[in-house]
Design a protein around this ligand. Structure first.
Ligand code: FES
Length: 87
């Protein structure tokens, strides 16, 4: 099991699961779901090391070091704590 935490809520997920579905359930907004629009950009407050490698689509955006696109990464194991860049 792995855990995604956001705004005092936690969601248990399987390891190596794409972040998209659980993050949508926690309230992260999504747009293109293809790495283009940055709507799903999250700030990873804890557990960056538990996420899959940065994708080519993410590199194009030159995101701040703490940020990822939730439509592009998976939680490999452990726990992450995130918040939306829209908060
Ligand atoms: S939903 Fe558009 S970049 Fe993730």
């Amino acid at each position: 099991m792995a855990i995604i935490a956001m705004n005092e809520k936690e969601k248990e997920v399987d390891e190596n699961i794409p972040l998209q579905a659980p993050c949508e359930e926690l309230g992260i907004p999504f747009g293109c779901k293809n790495g283009l629009c940055r709507t799903c950009e999250i700030i990873v407050e804890e557990g960056m090391e538990n996420l899959s490698a940065v994708t080519e689509q993410e590199k194009v955006h030159e995101l701040p070091e703490q940020n990822r696109l939730a439509c592009q990464c998976s939680l490999t194991s452990g726990k992450i704590k995130v918040k939306s860049t829209w908060d």
